[in-house]
Design a protein around this ligand. Structure first.
Ligand code: KIV
Ligand code: ZN
Length: 502
């Protein structure tokens, strides 16, 4: 076994044939270029005998392919298909004809209505004919269609494979055309083929995903002797699709296998293919799903935070950068989350917030999230304004106006009673504090910070004040938000006065 897999991409053939609207020439060319950008060296570009459009596209892509890229096209094991295939790839530097026929008992009896010996002869002749039409460096790939269903007649199929190899097949492809059984059953069959043909031909696997295990089967087949892995971008293909290239690549990479692809282009490729195929990426799709890097439970959030930036994350299977995904891990706040998540979501959304505040506001935030689900940006904004920056109580600010330099008029309600007073000081905060003190409300500001919220957009910038206010031996942390920096400060003092009463 080599320790480097060859990725054979069949997006333009198996993927395309399953689309609700198969791609036209230009669209295929876009995908072809993206495959080259990924570093794919064997590309199945289509099925020339299926029609004029695909024939022309296949021959155009064959001409455009770089010298080190093998261009493969599909052909049934018939004279006409093979001739069309040979014509379509004639200008490729490295042409390949991929011919196939079913050998599973069900297919032999009901579809082909032929015995295995007859089908073996057809396969052998197809391979010989394909080989005869290709230049010396041309390759022939032979697929035992429905190989995964050949459990009952495996000995006869192994004999057929041996004959096909003797006839000149360079690659023996083993498709799990319909995924019905355990990956291990398939892998044992791959091992048997490997035992039988050794290195006389390359072994390839081509798995469909009917039971959702195509990636597992493909990855394990590599360790059982298959060196060519047939996959598609985004896992598109017949029914539930083909094996997903990105998943196989990352699984092998994580297993210390060298993956000869530009994996950092995977994410952009997935977006492109999703758009062009008109198939959205499921939010929980491995690697690519919009929600696949999210942590919502307190335990997971804690583990994720504590291993952030390390080579390996406690709750993430790969580094998002590896696949060119730069949105990173997402911490979402729900009723299942904890204080570090609350801290994280406010911080990341640009709201000044401390861990002490996270502890304090956790019960209210959890209650809200229990009702609403994960808190959105607008939920967070509302919560910040109504819970964090607005405290009701006996004190209610009415107005605070500058009279002259160092002199301010303050009016407010205390337990519903209207109070008016003049305060003096070097600035508004000191004037407010002295005004309150003159009415017997003695407080001290022991810590003060102010910062701008949304300060990227000057017009909507708001000031957020944080103050530690002390009265006797009690200290509270008060916040307020306002477009005016002065009003933000004075509101914070009044929020603090109410907190001191609680
Ligand atoms: O799934 C399959 O069996 C195929 C073959 C044509 C290789 O796509
Ligand atoms: Zn297939």
């Amino acid at each position: 076994m080599t320790n480097q897999p060859i990725f054979y991409d069949t997006t333009l053939r198996d993927g395309n044939q399953a689309l609700k609207r198969p791609w036209n020439h230009n669209e295929k060319e876009i995908i072809f270029r993206q495959l080259l950008a990924l570093g794919i060296k064997v590309i199945e570009v289509g099925f020339p005998a299926s029609g004029e459009m695909d024939f022309n596209t296949c021959s155009s892509l064959a001409q455009q392919a770089p010298q080190d890229v093998t261009v493969s096209v599909l052909a049934r094991a018939t004279k006409h298909d093979i001739e069309q295939a040979a014509l379509a790839v004639q200008h490729a530097s490295k042409p390949r004809i991929h011919t196939f026929i079913a050998m599973n008992p069900l297919g032999l009896e009901h579809v082909l209505q032929k015995d295995i010996e007859t089908v073996t002869d057809i396969a052998v002749n197809a391979v010989r004919y394909a080989k005869s039409l290709l230049p010396a460096n041309g390759e022939v790939e032979f697929s035992v269609e429905h190989f995964g269903d050949c459990r009952e007649n495996l000995p006869a199929v192994l004999d057929a494979i041996e004959k096909v190899v003797e006839a000149g097949a360079d690659v023996i492809n083993l498709p799990n055309t319909v995924e019905r059984f355990r990956p291990m059953d398939f892998i044992r069959m791959v091992e048997k083929v490997h035992e039988r043909i050794g290195d006389k031909a390359q072994i390839s696997v081509h798995c469909h995903n009917d039971l959702g295990m195509a990636t597992a089967t493909t990855v394990e087949s590599f360790f059982a002797g298959a060196t060519q892995l047939e996959t598609t971008l985004n896992g598109i293909g017949e029914r539930c699709g083909n094996t997903n290239m990105y998943e196989v690549a990352v699984a092998l990479y994580n297993s210390d296998i060298h993956v000869p692809l530009r994996m950092n282009k995977f994410y952009e490729t997935a977006q492109l293919v999703s758009q062009m195929a008109n198939i959205p990426i499921w939010e929980k799709a491995p690697l690519m799903g919009s929600d696949s890097l999210a942590h919502r439970s307190g335990i997971h959030q804690n583990g994720a935070n504590k291993t952030k930036g390390l080579k390996k994350g406690q709750y993430i299977a790969f580094s998002p950068d590896l696949i060119g995904r730069y949105d990173g891990e997402h911490i979402g706040f729900t009723g299942q989350s904890g204080k570090s998540a609350l801290f994280d979501v406010f911080q990341k959304s640009g709201y000044p917030f401390t861990m002490e505040e996270a502890v304090k506001f956790l019960p209210a935030a959890k209650k809200l999230a229990d009702e609403k689900g994960e808190l959105t940006l607008s939920d967070l904004d509302r919560f910040y304004r109504t819970e964090v920056c607005h405290v009701t109580g006996p004190f209610e600010l009415d107005s605070f106006e500058r009279i002259s330099q160092g002199k301010y008029a303050l009016s407010f309600y205390k337990d519903g009673r209207f109070c008016e007073v003049i305060g003096r000081g070097s600035g508004p905060i000191e004037s407010c504090v002295t005004a309150l003190a003159s009415l017997g409300v003695a407080i001290a500001i022991v810590k003060y910070e102010q910062q701008m919220l949304n300060d990227k957009e000057q017009e909507s910038a708001e000031a957020v004040t944080m103050m530690n206010i002390r009265q006797n031996d009690k200290e509270v942390v008060a916040r307020a938000i306002n477009r005016s920096t002065t009003r933000s400060n004075i509101h914070a003092i009044f929020n603090g006065l109410n907190l001191l009463q609680k």
